[in-house]
Design a protein around this ligand. Structure first.
Ligand SMILES: Cc1ncc(COP(=O)(O)O)c(C=O)c1O
Length: 463
């Protein structure tokens, strides 16, 4: 078959050559003899130019009849607003019908609450409530304006001063929304052309900040210092301009996605060796780590000025809302005109700033809160370690949902099952999260560990 086609093509080619080389196929132009194929090619060029010069064809403009318009409208199917809802993305959040304290009401039932990051047990604290009530009476609820446009209220300045004084930094700046602190502060400093080396387990707020910065982002393996060192070395070695560009390491003190603590001593050594700046998020460690709750720097005995930029949400240990960024006066001042969440958002409701001041006062005046939190965490680890095996084992979300429902239904224990948003790029395994609080009693702890052990046995038996 192939040889027949080949034979036919060869024959057609021979005929064309004979025709083009025939004596009548040439032409003589100004005494110069031109071969047949030149004549054919010349004609083709003339035809192409002629076609290119023609006006393109447009169908006559005839308005559509009303019927045609209706038919077109009926046939039109718009692009779907949202992707199809699969089982995986279906999500029914539990609704709390009372304060998120150590006990709360869910579906009319009193449950032991291990799902709220109320680390110091300040939800419903009398002193916090009193300061909020006084601030509400004085300032009302909202501020109705961004900080730069008549939204700065004296209590904001007091709160910024209080945070800085507590942590030991020269200055700090408040944000109205915990999560916007990270994704505003990061792009305020890190720009296109800069290089950021970030842990691949960071919270979505940080991921978003990295994305918005448009910097080159290199991820290192979650909490793996060898991986961090390799990344820093590669960037420094391979980039001839490395010393001229801004370089940052971005880490969380306690990772929301894994509960791991970042080894700050090693990070500081590497930062100094490779000359990077460090941006540290203390959302889950502020008020928790360190002998007086000052965070990761206190936990490792690292002077706080070794960290260039610290951010934290105030919606966890401080049991209020909003966030702050703290550091040098220049770092803070820069954000007052260059940080989107600060510049363009109505300022933090003053009663929440007032609550944050009171929360820090409570923390400072009551060292037993931190002691109790540590005791509670230790008790859960020591006596009931078997459930950690279970957490490592069971990573399938469907099973986790079962755990959650079982515990809630039968044992009246409310835990957090991390279900990742489709926005979240973190690849760490999902798991059961327990937020231990200083306000949990020993019986609460026994109840949650019994419940976890019981459900884990049940699930393992059914695997
Ligand atoms: C590291 C980190 N950043 C930001 C946030 C969000 O803070 P907020 O809930 O106050 O907006 C969280 C919340 O879990 C967090 O863990």
């Amino acid at each position: 078959m192939a040889s027949t086609v080949e034979g036919m093509m060869k024959q057609a080619f021979d005929w064309a050559m004979i025709a083009l080389n025939a004596p009548f196929a040439g032409a003589v132009v100004f005494g110069v003899h031109i071969g047949g194929h030149y004549v054919a090619e010349g004609l083709l060029v003339v035809v192409i130019i002629f076609l290119l010069l023609q006006k393109s064809y447009k169908p006559p403009k005839k308005p559509l009849t009303e019927k045609e318009v209706d038919e077109l409208c009926e046939d039109w199917v718009p692009e779907s607003l949202i992707p199809p809802i699969t089982e995986e993305v279906k999500f029914e959040p539990s609704v709390l019908e009372s304060a998120a304290g150590p006990h709360t009401i869910v579906n009319g039932k009193d449950v032991v609450n291990f799902a709220s990051a109320n680390y110091l047990g300040l939800v419903g604290h009398e002193k916090l409530m009193e300061s909020c009530t006084a601030a509400l009476e004085k300032y009302g609820v909202g501020s109705c304006g961004p900080r730069g446009f008549y939204g700065t209220i004296d209590v904001h300045l007091d709160c910024e001063e209080r945070v800085a004084k507590f942590i030991g930094t020269p200055d700090s700046i408040l944000y109205s929304y915990g999560i916007s602190t990270m994704f505003s502060a990061i792009p305020a400093f890190c720009k296109k052309g800069d290089v950021i080396v970030a842990d691949d387990g960071v919270h979505w707020g940080i991921q978003n900040g990295l994305h918005l910065s448009r910097s080159t982002v290199v991820y290192f393996k979650h909490n793996d210092m060898e991986s961090l060192e390799r990344a820093l070395e590669k960037i420094t070695r391979e980039n001839k301009r490395a010393s001229k560009i801004r370089r940052y390491i971005v880490v969380e003190a306690i990772y929301q996605n894994s509960g791991q603590i970042a080894p700050l001593d090693v990070i500081i050594r590497l930062k100094e060796k490779f000359r990077f700046r460090v941006l540290l998020d203390e959302s889950n460690s502020f008020g928790v780590l360190g002998s007086s709750g000052r965070g990761l720097t206190e936990h490792y005995g690292v002077p706080v000025d070794k960290i260039d930029i610290i951010t934290a949400s105030m919606g966890h240990a401080l049991a209020t809302d909003g966030g702050f960024c703290t550091g040098s006066v220049r770092v803070v001042d820069h954000q007052r005109l260059s940080s989107s969440g600060y510049v363009f958002s109505a300022s933090l409701p003053p009663y929440l700033a007032s609550a944050a001041i009171s929360a820090i006062d409570i923390l400072e005046e009551n060292p037993q809160l931190l002691r109790k939190l540590r005791e509670n965490v230790a008790l859960l680890w020591k006596d009931h370690w078997s459930f950690t095996h279970f957490v490592l084992f069971v990573v399938y979300i469907i099973v986790l949902m079962v755990v959650h429902m079982q515990m809630l239904k039968e044992d009246y224990v409310f835990v957090m099952v991390s279900k990742r948003s489709t926005l979240d790029k973190c690849n760490l395994p999902v798991g059961v999260k327990l937020f231990v609080s200083a306000s949990h009693s020993e019986s609460n702890l026994l109840k949650v560990s019994d419940s976890l052990n019981r459900v884990s046995k049940l699930i393992l038996a059914n695997l």
